[in-house]
Each structure stands twice: as structure tokens, then as C-alpha cells.
Design a protein around this ligand. Structure first.
Ligand code: URA
Length: 435
């Protein structure tokens, strides 16, 4: 089979056969028969012409099979994970992983690092002194057996075809293709050896999917293609206009996750974490209906069972569990500065993307994949949309290390919120659910 013929088929709007897709994925994994410019030509043809559900499902499976697919059948219990398309202040994984595990779900969570304005679960976990996200496969299996939860990074042998293709998409303006995003996300999730997946598709200013139409398209594709590959999938579209919770930045987000597991979390973070964990419990078959699943998760939250799982997870993965009781053990920024309201009124808008970029500029996130992160810095949102504020009252408390970085972040924060005479209408956190 000649790669040029595969490219021509897609360029002309045709449907690729399973053998043609296998050839492309083999080319991305080993280089065999496909030069990098040919891989990128097919990516562009796919972005422009799209793929049918059957093509996307086959691409997903082939990309998963390009590397190791964990077989967790020797670990007792239903395996379910959650994946978010990325947001600002989104620390739900740190809350719902322990909650779902406390309800009997086995959670083999493989996460990524943050890039651009959105944070990554691994960076947050690494704010905890000693926490190892690079467990060996046998350590990961023991974490799942003993704690019910393992939180690690994707190893080099998980979906290697995606590593090549994702890097190529980034530099060829082909990231924004629903079939390619679907295959990229699901191939890595299938490799975890799970039977169920809850997808949190973020929608709004601070999200990858800015419009509801795009978010719906992606959520429907993820559900359909996941199901075609044997997963039970629930996809929720949730709002990402303002940051989730009040704390943005790695150490700060660990603190907010811990407070949420202690029952003291902000309402949006608590509600979303409970809802997503309840869906995990349902997909795991551990509750007859939504009401029973929600009740189980609420009990895990208010009894402290979820916090206890998080403590055991931190301990198992080499971290210092005392951080959950004493937040001064986490990296702490040496300086802080407040951004204040320029007038009295109600905070009517807070642009999550701008807060996320400001946190990245402070050093809390990375602009390029190879950059390091400063776990200590971040932003405390002292007011959120709907809150009443007086002129000169603080909106943000910025935790920083470098004055130069602060100076670059301040204009973004000053422009990121709007104050109006009336409170904004209450926006729902969950916009839609596609089961
Ligand atoms: N996240 C992924 O893992 N892949 C994409 O293509 C987009 C978001």
C-alpha cells in the first residue's frame, strides 16, 4: 500500500479502509512507509474532510494498540476513569479519584502535564513533596490493589502513535479536528485497561471547545467511539468560563482539593466532583441509579473516607501525607500582591483563559512542553462571578516569586474581570449530558 494513495483517498473525501488506517498508524509509530510530511498531509486532509464514526473508531483502536494496553483483569473490581478536556483551576481529579475509590471503584488514572493556560494533574500532584508520578507497572498494579487509586503519568509505551501525531498536529494547525482529538484522547484511555470512562468536556472561554456546538460534537464523538471500542462512556459538557473553585496554581490546587475532601470546598468544585464521581460509580455498576450513586459519593465525602484514600494514595506514591494537615509543607510563594476592584458592583465576568495564562506567566504552567513549572505560585480568586465587591476591594491575591513575571501577569488579571451594577444570571455548571 502506498501512503500517497491513502492521502489521496482522504484528500478527495473518501473513506479510509481499516488496512489504510493501520498503515498510517504503523507509519506514525515506526516510520515504516510514511515520511513525516506524508503523515502531516494525511492529518491535514483529515482535518478538512473529517472521518466517519467507523474510521474514527478504527483509528482509535489502532492508536491504542500501537503501544501497551494494560490488562488489569487480575486486579479485582470495576475499573473506571475520568478525563477532562482541560480547564483553569480544574482539580477535580484530585477530589473525585479518592471519592470514587472510597466507593469501591478501581481508578487507574493516567494523566498529562499542563500546557498553555490549562493546568495538569501531574504538576499538581508533584507539588506534594516526594510524590512520584512515575510508578513502574507493578507498583501501579499494587497501588490499584491496595489503595484502589493510582495517579501516574503516561509512560513512553502508552499509545506511541499519539505522541508522534500530537506533536505533529501542534505544529501543522491540525489540533482542531474532532476525529483526531477523539482518537488521541480515547487511545490513551483505552490503554489504561478501563471498562468505563466519564468525559468532562469543558466549554467556554477557558476551554479548548469555545462553543456549545463544538463541545457537543466532541462529546458525541467521544461517547460513540468509546462505546464502539467496548467502553461504557458518560460525557458531560460543563462550563469553563470562570476558573473552577477559587485557587489556581499547583500547590494552591492541592490545598483546595484537600479542603474539598474535608467538606470545606467551594460549591462549584464540590458539586462537579461529586457529580463526576457518581457517574463513575454508576458506570462501575456499583449503584442502581443516579440517586444511589450520588448518596454513596456524598457519604464518602462527609465521612472523610475520600480524604483517607487520598492520604493513602499520597503515602503509597512516596509523598508526604502530612501535607494534608499542614499546608506549609507544600511549596509556598515568597511574595503576594493584590489586584483590586476599580469600582463597586457585582463581578459579572471572570475570563478563565486570562487567569490561566496569568498563572502560566507567573511560572505555574508551561508555554512549551519542555518547560519546568514553579509549584508555589498561583492566584487566589477572592471574588467570583456573582459576588458583590466594593471599590478597592481585592479580587485576586497573586502569589509570586519573580517581580518580572508578576509585571507580565498583572495586566492580564486586571483585564480579566468585569464589574457591573447587577449580578449576572446564574449559569449552570453542567450544560448537557450525553450518555
Ligand atoms: N487532549 C489530547 O490528549 N489530545 C488531543 O488531541 C486534544 C486534547
Amino acid at each position: 500500500m502506498r501512503s500517497v494513495d491513502v492521502i489521496r483517498t482522504k484528500r478527495d473525501g473518501g473513506e479510509l479502509s481499516p488496512a489504510q488506517i493501520d498503515s498510517f498508524v504503523r507509519g506514525a509509530t515506526t516510520g515504516e512507509g510514511w515520511a513525516p510530511y506524508q503523515l502531516s498531509a494525511l492529518l491535514m486532509a483529515t482535518l478538512l474532510r473529517g472521518m466517519s464514526p467507523a474510521e474514527t473508531a478504527h483509528l482509535t483502536r489502532a492508536m491504542a494498540d500501537s503501544g501497551t494496553v494494560l490488562d488489569l483483569s487480575d486486579v479485582p473490581g470495576p475499573k473506571v476513569d475520568k478525563h477532562s478536556t482541560g480547564g483553569v483551576g480544574d482539580k477535580t481529579s484530585l477530589v473525585l479519584g479518592p471519592l470514587a475509590a472510597a466507593c469501591g471503584v478501581v481508578v487507574p488514572m493516567m494523566s498529562g502535564r499542563g500546557l498553555g493556560h490549562s493546568g495538569g494533574t501531574l504538576d499538581k500532584l508533584e507539588a506534594i513533596p516526594g510524590f512520584r508520578v512515575g510508578l513502574s507497572e507493578s507498583e501501579f498494579r499494587s497501588a490499584l490493589r491496595r489503595v484502589g487509586l493510582g495517579m501516574i503519568g503516561q509512560t513512553a509505551d502508552v499509545a506511541p502513535a499519539d505522541k508522534t501525531l500530537y506533536a505533529m498536529r501542534d505544529v501543522t494547525a491540525t489540533v482542531e479536528s474532532v476525529p483526531l482529538i477523539t482518537a488521541s484522547i480515547l487511545s490513551k484511555k483505552i490503554a489504561e485497561g478501563i471498562s468505563g470512562l466519564v468525559m468532562d468536556v469543558k466549554c467556554g472561554h477557558g476551554a479548548f471547545m469555545k462553543s456549545l456546538a463544538d463541545a457537543r460534537h466532541l462529546a458525541a464523538s467521544l461517547t460513540r467511539v468509546g462505546t464502539a471500542n467496548g467502553l461504557r462512556v458518560a460525557s458531560l459538557i460543563t462550563a469553563m468560563d470562570a476558573p473552577l473553585g477559587r485557587l489556581v496554581g499547583n500547590s494552591l490546587e492541592v490545598i483546595e482539593a484537600a479542603e474539598t475532601l474535608k467538606g470545606n470546598g467551594p460549591a462549584d468544585l464540590t458539586d462537579l466532583s461529586v457529580l463526576l464521581a457518581a457517574r463513575m460509580v454508576q458506570l462501575a455498576g456499583l449503584a442502581a441509579d443516579e440517586a444511589e450513586a450520588t448518596q454513596k459519593v456524598r457519604t464518602a465525602l462527609f465521612s472523610g473516607a475520600g480524604l483517607e484514600v487520598f492520604r493513602r494514595c499520597i503515602e503509597f506514591q512516596g509523598g508526604d501525607p502530612r501535607t494534608l494537615d499542614d499546608y506549609t509543607r507544600l511549596p509556598t510563594a515568597p511574595r503576594s500582591m493584590q489586584v483590586v476592584a476599580h469600582r463597586s458592583g457585582y463581578v459579572s465576568e471572570m475570563v478563565a483563559g486570562a487567569v490561566g495564562v496569568a498563572s502560566m506567566v507567573l511560572g505555574g504552567g508551561r508555554e512549551r512542553a519542555e518547560d519546568g513549572v514553579d509549584h508555589a505560585v498561583g492566584i487566589v480568586c477572592l471574588a467570583k462571578p456573582g459576588d458583590q465587591v466594593r471599590a478597592a476591594e481585592a479580587i485576586y491575591d497573586v502569589r509570586y516569586r519573580s517581580t518580572a513575571r508578576l509585571m507580565a501577569a498583572l495586566p492580564l488579571l486586571e483585564e480579566s474581570f468585569t464589574i457591573a451594577d447587577e449580578p449576572p444570571p446564574r449559569a449552570p455548571l453542567v450544560i448537557e449530558e450525553i450518555a
